[in-house]
Design a protein around this ligand. Structure first.
Ligand code: ZN
Length: 203
């Protein structure tokens, strides 16, 4: 039997294929989403497509904290409502979302874009540590809060950063225990995170 090319079906299977590449989206969910979009008004599909493109085309990294932003410096770095003497160090931009959600922290951030992991071949030079040290040197920052993930990579990274930052005469604190070991900040609930920030201790 000749396989007649069916443009719509091709388009649908292409969409399923692309959705399936997203984290947490298995083949079944990809199929469900694709058929949902197929039935949805064209305007909704357009808005989604635009939002996806915008995230790639209209965002960049803040030149100060390396958070994802559409203005440089980002709104946190620019704000005079924030405490510019504190910098909280996180692994990923989504960790900032989790911490901001608690509304307990009012300082600035620095995004490392990863963590030191010898097993995965990620060294100190592969994440944004150089930018952090340059930013701290000669700044008015008096406390750095290490909010890397409470897992092996996060602990190694915190240890390494403490060795670099302490000699600068800056107080180094670490989020309080209570975050279960092996988890990621991004998935911690507000109450646990709030306790972790409030109970932060000298490193
Ligand atoms: Zn920023």
């Amino acid at each position: 039997m000749n396989q007649e090319p069916v443009p719509t079906a091709d388009a649908v299977s292409k969409l399923i294929q692309e959705l399936n590449k997203l984290p947490g989206i298995g083949p079944k969910s990809a199929q469900r989403l694709a058929f949902h979009l197929l039935r949805a008004p064209e305007e909704q599909a357009s808005l989604l497509a635009d939002a996806i493109l915008s995230v790639k085309q209209k965002t960049r990294l803040c030149s100060l904290c390396l958070n994802v932003t559409d203005t440089d410096p980002c709104h946190i770095c620019r704000s005079d409502q924030r405490d510019h003497t504190k910098v909280c160090i996180v692994e990923q931009p989504q960790d900032i979302l989790a911490l901001e959600h608690t509304r307990i922290y009012n300082g600035l951030y620095h995004v490392l874009h990863g963590a030191i992991s010898p097993t995965e071949g990620v060294g100190a030079g592969d994440i944004r540590i150089k930018e952090l040290i340059e930013r701290l040197e000669g700044s008015s920052v008096n406390e750095v809060i290490l909010a890397t993930n409470p897992n092996l990579e996060g602990e190694q990274t915190a240890l390494y950063l403490n060795q670099l930052i302490s000699p600068l005469g800056i107080r180094v604190t670490r989020l309080a225990r209570g975050l279960p070991f092996g988890t990621e900040l991004e998935y911690a609930d507000d109450v646990t995170l709030t306790h972790a920030i409030e109970g932060r201790q000298e490193f």
